[in-house]
Design a protein around this ligand. Structure first.
Ligand SMILES: NC(=O)c1ccc[n+]([C@@H]2O[C@H](COP(=O)([O-])OP(=O)(O)OC[C@H]3O[C@@H](n4cnc5c(N)ncnc54)[C@H](OP(=O)(O)O)[C@@H]3O)[C@@H](O)[C@H]2O)c1
Length: 358
């Protein structure tokens, strides 16, 4: 049974700033499941969060426009567009936890946290590892220097401004999570999935850089599980959500072994790839999991230990690769990719490389 012990102490969004560091919200004591608001809930990470929260016995409300489909069965759907100036959500009651996953403008974060600060027991905000200034140093932690926040700016500065808005209103009730590359079922970016899809086709595979170059990722299910578990425990602070860095050669080898399709990796140096017009990281004509070195050598080599020591559990790469491949196949292998090389382009770059190497 869900019992709300206390109603809001003042109208959301109109309390004076001094009140904002207090904790008007009182958690329920008797419920086995708690009431969770997921900002998002119909796509990729936010959907996984909603699914896991439901599976763990929580009451789940998902806030989306409704253009990405429905939330998982069992969740309540509140339809709101956070890109409009005053979305006026039809949200009722209090929430033990808000897990704010959806990528959306700072303005929306401000509005929602203003409205909800006294109606939420705990607030998780999903940010990004791109908020760090230095991208070149492997092993960095959340102590590293940050970029300048900018609420009206592009993705990363706006995420950082949003983090600050969440901290201002929720203080010790706030958990800020900065994921690196998220992988698995539902990934809309076509990045990680490029590799299992490519390796499953077998043959000669163009591999970027050097096998020992470090990469890291986090399975969407592991991240979602940790977000829900952290909300249950009311974990606070700031964490990077990343997997253990490994050499890209070892990672591609493990994926190929898991998919059990023979392939040969041909390692092509980054300088050649740049000159051939292949782009690192993401986008058309890119090779995902490849970053510019040394400038971005730390981007996929952050220190996962603080988060692992706080309960994050990581599954085997084979599991993530199979899930990502299943998603690739659900999307269709012949689609135009947002990231990765087409088979023809990969062949052309390999031919160029071999011609130069002779
Ligand atoms: N992918 C990565 O590798 C990566 C890495 C680091 C951090 N992140 C962060 O991880 C999160 C990923 O979230 P996600 O997978 O759930 O995908 P998302 O694209 O950030 O959010 C999708 C969800 O938000 C809803 N939504 C989008 N725009 C909305 C709007 N204007 N008003 C109301 N709802 C809206 C969508 O439903 P409707 O479309 O129906 O509205 C959907 O449920 C993001 O915060 C992202 O910045 C991602």
């Amino acid at each position: 049974m869900i019992v709300i012990l206390r109603q809001p102490s003042c109208k959301p969004g109109v309390c004076p700033p001094t009140l904002r560091s207090t904790t008007p919200y009182q958690p329920r004591r008797e419920a086995s499941g708690v009431r969770v608001l997921v900002i998002g809930g119909t796509a990729f990470l936010s959907r996984a969060v909603a699914e896991i929260a439901l599976a763990r016995g929580h009451e789940v409300v998902c806030l989306t426009r409704g253009t990405s489909g429905d939330p998982p069965p069992g969740a309540t759907h509140v339809r709101v567009d956070w890109s409009v100036p005053d979305p006026d959500p039809q949200l009722r009651g209090t929430f033990d936890a808000v897990i704010d996953v959806a990528r959306r403008p700072y303005r929306g974060v401000r509005l929602l946290t203003d409205r909800m600060y006294d109606r939420a027991g705990h607030w998780t905000f999903v940010s990004t590892c791109l908020v760090y200034r230095d991208r070149s140093t492997p092993g960095a932690t959340t102590d590293a220097e940050l970029i300048a926040p900018d609420g009206g700016g592009p993705y990363a500065p706006s995420k950082l401004a949003s983090e600050q808005a969440v901290r201002l209103r929720f203080g010790t009730r706030a958990l800020i999570v900065r994921p690196g590359l998220i992988a698995g079922w539902g990934d809309p970016s076509d990045r990680f999935g490029y590799w299992p899809e490519r390796l499953a086709r077998g043959g000669t595979v163009l591999a970027p850089g050097r096998p020992e170059d470090l990469i890291q990722w986090i399975d969407v299910r592991d991240l979602a599980e940790w977000l829900v578990e952290s909300a249950e425990r009311r974990r606070s602070g700031t964490f990077d959500a990343v997997g253990t860095p490994v050499g890209i050669g070892s990672a591609l080898g493990s994926m190929a072994a898991a998919l059990d399709v023979p392939s040969e990796l041909v390692w092509v140096p980054q300088e050649f790839l740049h000159s051939a017009g292949v782009v690192p990281w993401s986008g058309q004509d890119s090779l995902p999991l490849w970053v510019r070195r040394p400038d971005d050598a730390g981007l996929m080599a952050r220190d996962p230990l603080p988060t692992l020591n706080n309960g994050l559990r990581l599954r085997a790469l084979a599991d993530t690769a199979r899930a990502a491949l299943a998603w690739e196949r659900a999307l269709g292998s012949h689609r135009e990719r947002k990231s990765g090389l087409s088979p023809a382009r990969e062949r052309a770059v390999l031919d160029l490389w071999r011609a130069g190497a002779r």
